[in-house]
Design a protein around this ligand. Structure first.
Ligand SMILES: [Zn+2]
Length: 184
């Protein structure tokens, strides 16, 4: 067994097994997928006029959780489902160019961002790489409060219409959504 030491900063676990990339397996899956492909006529504008902003967590299958089909919604994902400038950029395009009107935020319990400290993370990066990132990591302790903050960012930005905005926390232990009120 080869010990591979990551050159990159802040590995969350010790790497003890040799890593085998998956891209070849993915391409093989795609061969089978494209063999029975039937979605070639879908419109570019989402049929439900819906955009979902969600965390990138690997336990969240957004289509399954919400019962969505291909072509029905824009799905925007990043670490935490944070409303960054880039998410606002995508939502602005989604609404103005592709006709979406409703926004659903999907945060969740047991998020990776609840386990890191912004200061330590950045200090580690700077110690190892000599530079600190300009972006903010945006860790949080309470997923409900974090969802509320994201809703607030969408309410105040001039670039996004938040008339139809709702926020939810997905519980990774039971698969349920719990709604977050805008004010508390
Ligand atoms: Zn997460």
């Amino acid at each position: 067994m080869t010990q591979i030491r990551s050159k990159r900063s802040v590995p969350s676990t010790d790497v003890t097994e040799e890593f085998v990339p998956s891209a070849d397996q993915l391409v093989a899956h795609n061969e089978r997928f494209s063999g029975s492909f039937e979605d070639g006529d879908l419109a570019v504008a989402p049929a439900m006029k819906l955009a979902v902003v969600a965390c990138m967590d690997s336990r969240m299958d957004i289509f399954k959780i919400l019962g969505l089909e291909n072509g029905e919604a824009h799905i925007l994902r990043n670490a935490g489902g944070v409303i960054t400038d880039d998410v606002i950029r995508s939502l602005c395009l989604s609404q103005r160019f592709l006709g979406t009107q409703e926004i659903v935020l999907l945060h969740h319990t047991d998020c990776g961002l609840q386990k890191v400290s912004e200061d330590e993370f950045k200090a580690d990066l700077e110690a190892e790489l000599g530079v600190k990132p300009r972006w903010s990591l945006e860790p949080f302790t309470d997923p409900y409060g974090d969802t509320r903050q994201s809703m607030q960012r969408l309410i105040v930005t001039p670039f996004v219409d938040a008339s139809y905005l709702r926020g939810f926390v997905y519980d990774v232990t039971d698969g349920r959504l719990r709604e977050v009120s805008q004010a508390e």
